[in-house]
Design a protein around this ligand. Structure first.
Ligand code: ATP
Ligand code: MG
Length: 235
């Protein structure tokens, strides 16, 4: 579904990604682990077309997307839910959600149906749909961010630290929703600081260090090695 081949990224003279290769196959839930500054967000921004790599290729369903414009990526079914939510705080919850549907704006019927599905997934958002997004709690704002991404009709959904700053119980709920979205057929690439909790719902994971992939494996492999668990997962 999504494939990064030997991707490098520079911010000016600083090289943030050093030849990263990774893939998420159709229907997979893949977790990206790594400390602060490891390059997780850099991968997400590059893998969604918002930053152009200085080397390497990105493919979506086999198609080379490396030089395609960001809107084209959404049309092709790849949607990013960025770190830090990036909502419009003064706009209503409903308007924030509908922004996610922008590239599908002509299909009003389809959007209305999808909106109902998002409200079924996050019932609290139905109650608060006319309130300013900035007035919601952190967890509720995260639901808006995920809901907005879903309105973009992703076949592949990139979630950059969706549980950042949330209470443990809310983290669990957010991860459960992500698992449900994945089980409904959406391919998911997820960055998480809560490595152990994220691995519980993952099929596979990559560990990133200093802009390089230093480890990859299936959930059972990573959880099954004591040394790996201690070094990278902290549980
Ligand atoms: N716009 C930028 N300009 C210059 N350097 C940047 C920029 N964005 C990120 N970096 C650098 O690139 C490296 C990777 O950053 P990135 O945001 O991808 O890490 P991350 O794994 O997402 O970290 P976190 O867990 O804190 O979100 C860091 O050293 C960071 O300082
Ligand atoms: Mg980040």
């Amino acid at each position: 579904m999504l494939q990064l081949e030997n991707v490098s990224l520079h911010y000016g003279a600083f090289r943030a990604l050093h030849g990263v290769s990774l893939h998420a196959d159709e229907g997979e839930l893949v977790v990206l682990l790594g400390a602060n500054g490891a390059g997780k967000s850099s991968i997400f921004l590059t893998a969604s077309g918002l930053l152009k790599p200085s080397g390497g290729r990105i493919r979506l369903r086999g198609k080379d997307m490396t030089s395609a414009k960001p809107a084209r990526w959404v049309q092709q079914g790849l949607v990013l839910c960025p770190e830090g939510r990036k909502l419009f705080p003064g706009m209503s919850v409903l308007k924030n959600l509908m922004l996610g549907a922008y590239v599908h704006r002509r299909d009003r019927k389809g959007n209305a149906k999808l909106l109902e599905e998002v409200f079924d997934l996050f019932p609290i958002l139905r109650e608060k749909k006319d309130q300013a997004a900035g007035s919601l709690s952190g967890g509720q704002q995260q639901m808006v961010a995920i809901g907005r991404a879903l309105m973009g009709r992703p076949q592949a959904l990139l979630l950059d630290e969706p549980s950042l700053g949330l209470a443990p119980l809310v983290v669990k709920q957010v991860l459960e929703v992500i698992q449900r979205i994945n089980r409904a057929g959406t391919t998911v690439l997820l960055a998480e600081q809560n490595a152990y909790a994220a691995l519980q719902i993952a099929h596979r994971a990559y560990v990133l260090e200093g802009g390089r992939i230093v480890m990859e494996g299936r959930r059972e492999e990573l959880l099954g090695h004591d040394a790996i668990r201690r070094a990278y997962i902290g549980a």
